[in-house]
Design a protein. Structure first.
Length: 323
């Protein structure tokens, strides 16, 4: 009996690199061999790269001119078809995703074609800093409600039915909005066939639609899924690790700190409550210097108090936004 030949598998490395620019969270994109926006990525070379992270740093620097600082591994993305093109019979590519944090001011020079793009361009329903985004009521919930009313797909076994997932993930019918469920919301839109990636991947729910709503900018391969995972991880990590200071200059005002936390979480924070939270957490200390760059009254400058890392196991900002 002849043996079935094994299909080749390659390991890719993909980076979601986050920076804050003018109170806006941005993601670094890199050019590819198509017209779609994508994250920096490249194959893992087991000979040239001793570790996955070394390989990732090498690819990012080659594609964007950026030397990474803070990096952490997210997840391995290996869905069949995630990296394939039409008619492609080459090796299946599984990609290890990473979250990286940087400062735009420290990395002004990037390779040709690389640029920082606002991440809410790809997820416009995630920005609640001003108000509940209009796109939810106007374009998302009507389509999801119709899809949920169709009932469950025969091959789907879920703990929560469609209607309950819509309610929990998008904060309807008395459910609260959970900013950490970025990936759950994107996956629900993908499952319902409402994003371009689902059509591109040949998902029946998307192919059955005459037209798709404009729900943010699609990305190359499954890069928007990787970005959703990165945003969810960063939003959660704000609450138990001082990662926000990786995105700030060495000295900053409390207003700059608050705006950065708001930018990442997509939530508006009460000024006095936030400052009491920062003070109680002893995450920062005054420098004794003031800044006049705000254009108003001089504002005190602060810096991250690194001793907090040794004082308690989870030094983060457990913020609560207003809805």
């Amino acid at each position: 009996m002849s043996e079935t030949p094994l299909k080749p598998i390659e390991i890719g490395l993909t980076a979601a690199i986050v920076a804050i620019d003018g109170n806006e969270p941005k993601i670094l994109t890199a050019p590819g061999d198509d017209t779609l926006t994508g994250l920096p990525f490249g194959p893992f070379d087991a000979v040239a790269h001793r570790t996955f992270e070394i390989g990732l740093r090498a690819w990012v620097e080659e594609q964007t001119g950026l030397r990474l600082g803070y990096v952490e591994q997210l997840y391995t993305f290996g869905d069949r078809g995630r990296h394939a093109r039409k008619g492609d019979t080459e090796a299946h590519v599984a990609s290890i995703g990473y979250l990286a944090l940087t400062r735009i001011v420290d990395n002004a020079a990037q390779a040709k074609g690389a640029s920082f793009e606002p991440w809410y361009r790809f997820f416009p329903w995630e920005d609640w800093r001003t108000a509940r985004p209009d796109i939810i009521e106007r374009a998302i919930l009507p389509e999801l409600t119709r899809w949920a009313a169709e009932g469950e797909a025969p091959e789907t076994a879920r703990a929560l039915p469609r209607k309950e997932r819509v309610r929990f993930y998008f904060g309807t019918e008395g459910a609260s909005w959970d900013e950490e469920r970025v990936l759950d919301r994107y996956e629900l839109l993908y499952e319902a066939g409402l994003v371009e990636e689902a059509r591109r991947d040949g998902r029946p729910a998307a192919l059955a639609r005459a037209a798709l709503p404009m729900l943010g900018t699609s990305m190359r391969f499954d890069h928007r899924r990787i970005l959703a995972t990165a945003i969810a991880r960063l939003r959660a990590k704000l609450k138990y690790r001082p990662v926000v200071f990786e995105l700030l200059p060495a000295e900053f005002t409390l207003t700059e700190l608050q705006r950065t936390v708001e930018a990442i979480s997509g939530r508006h924070l009460h000024k006095q409550n936030f400052r009491r939270l920062v003070e109680a957490g002893t995450l920062v200390e005054p420098t004794g210097v003031t800044s006049t760059q705000t254009g108003g009254r001089p504002a005190a400058l602060f810096r991250f108090r690194r001793e907090v890392l040794q004082e308690r196991p989870a030094p983060g900002l457990r913020v609560t936004g207003r809805r």
